[in-house]
Design a protein around this ligand. Structure first.
Ligand code: TYD
Ligand code: MG
Length: 473
């Protein structure tokens, strides 16, 4: 029997019961954004442990809308009838940033910049904000006005059109941006933002996804270009869900060794230009300096040739880059020889050592091998292979390689010298920088060895390379 007292209690609780029934929650992996109805210890998508957190389900709203209303007024059109508008780009003063963005920032584009803490993400964007002669709104959720002012003074340029806002509520940020209508909106960082209608904490998957979605809609509707700064996880990927990377137009990675002053800005994804572009900066006391000619800084300028160094002509994106490979081979003091490499894939180093052992009968099994790419940079280009082998051999026999030599070839497992992409660009870059000989693969298609000032030496096997390098002076 329901007494009046029980009745009142029930009626008091009833609206909450109804409300609670509507709100659906789910568990989200904080590493990759995978959604599961139950808590899981290990994420089935990215295999991370203990990353599930309960948050509001993304599907709870979508389910309540009937299909006929979801589609709106959108109608398909033949692709041939769509007239192409020239994408408006704003060329930036920062030539390196211009290059990685594919020639300036596109209107309404959303760019995500990721990088380790302290690498200089805030500095890079603040510098851009205060040197561009246009209206910029810099929103920070990480630092105070005073801190940012201090940094701006350090960089030493002032743009009267650059405004600063300390805020973390994304709805308020968007309403301020709608009033000000800047050309560029900078958010430092996406992990500090929160949307008040989502219950979870800032930085969680739902919050990051919702804030990005709101900002993305704002960017597309108003044509304001948005730069987002994103934190990076321990493993080196951008923190928060992978969907973040899918949503934005461009993803840039800011990297470098904290002990070195060089910083590389790489394109990971770009809807408005080519990927694998590279911008190089030097961190100085008064901000980041653009490095126009990277080859000059990455190569040590000693007067005498030293053993154990070889110069590789690599290409990063569209940009030829000379890197110095340094090797040290010494007799192993303990049973198992050490192999250590900095800036070069250590598995690839082991493979190259095995090739050397087999093809050139060098007994490196009892030797420690240390490899380093000068300047603290990382190279992925396989064209460094030949330079790595040459640096190791040079250190092993303690014979320096002539300073005018540079290498651009990949090594195959049977010791063959394999062709690399865009060999002409590499040759002309090496020639421009004053090298006298470049060693490439004879299998490069259409390779011209005559008519250049630089001597192009085409090789087929590692053995030939060894003979050529150490006998030619
Ligand atoms: P910061 O830009 O705050 O890095 P992030 O936003 O990626 O965490 O910090 C960059 C580092 O660079 C910081 O340790 C101080 C240093 N720095 C300089 O060396 N020169 C400068 O002109 C500035 C502004 C910073
Ligand atoms: Mg910062």
């Amino acid at each position: 029997m329901i007494t009046p007292g029980v009745y009142h209690v029930l009626m008091g609780v009833f609206p909450y019961l109804c409300f609670m029934a509507k709100v659906k929650t789910a568990f989200f992996c904080q590493a990759c954004g995978y959604e599961a109805p139950k808590w899981l210890g290990k994420c089935p998508s990215c295999n991370a442990w203990n990353t599930f957190v309960e948050e509001l389900s993304s599907s709870s709203k979508a389910e309540s809308i009937p299909f006929s209303r979801q589609s709106g007024n959108a109608k398909p059109r033949p692709i041939s009838e769509i007239e192409q508008k020239a994408t408006a780009r704003l060329p930036l003063k920062d030539s390196e940033l211009n290059r990685v963005l594919g020639g300036g920032i596109t209107q309404g584009a959303m760019v995500l910049i990721g990088g380790d803490p302290g690498i200089g993400k805030s500095t890079l964007l603040l510098q851009m904000a205060i040197q561009e002669p246009c209206r910029v709104l810099y929103v920070s959720g990480e630092e105070s006005e005073q801190q940012i002012k201090l940094r701006a003074e350090r960089i030493g340029i002032t743009n009267p059109g650059c405004e600063l806002l300390i805020e973390t509520d994304v709805i308020r940020i968007i309403s301020v941006a709608e009033q000000q209508l800047p050309q560029i909106l900078i958010i430092d960082s996406i992990q500090t933002l929160f949307a008040p209608h989502i219950e979870s904490a800032p930085g969680s998957v739902s919050q990051v996804r919702e804030s990005t979605a709101l900002l993305l809609r704002f960017a597309k509707e108003t044509g304001v270009s948005v730069f987002l700064i994103g934190h990076i996880t321990k493993e080196g990927s951008i923190a928060g869900p992978k969907v973040l990377e899918h949503m934005v137009d461009t993803v840039l990675q800011f990297e470098g060794d904290r002990n070195h002053f060089y910083r590389l800005l790489r394109t990971v994804k770009n809807r408005f230009g080519s990927t694998n572009e590279l911008g190089i900066y030097e961190m100085q006391g008064n901000g980041l300096r653009m490095v126009e000619n990277p080859s000059e800084i990455l190569i040590s300028h000693t007067d005498e040739a030293l053993s154990g160094t070889a110069i590789a002509t690599t290409i990063e994106g569209l940009r030829p880059l000379q890197v110095e490979v340094q090797a040290l081979v010494s007799t192993a003091a303990y049973g198992t020889p050490q192999r250590s490499s900095n800036g070069f894939d250590s598995k690839r180093l082991n493979m190259l050592l095995a090739v050397l052992e087999k093809r050139c009968s060098f007994r490196l099994a009892s030797k420690d091998v240390f490899l380093n790419i000068a300047g603290g940079i990382k190279v992925d280009d396989t064209a460094v292979d030949l330079a790595v082998i040459m640096a190791i051999l040079s250190s092993n026999v303690d014979l320096p390689i002539s300073k005018g030599f540079t290498f651009a070839a990949e090594i195959g497992l049977s010791g063959e010298i394999r062709p690399v992409s865009r060999v002409e660009t590499r040759i002309s870059e090496a020639e421009k920088l004053g090298y006298t000989h470049i060693f490439v693969s004879a299998y490069n298609k259409g390779l011209k060895t005559n008519g250049t000032k630089i001597k192009v030496i085409a090789l087929k096997k590692v053995e030939e390379a060894v003979k050529n390098v150490f006998s030619q002076e």
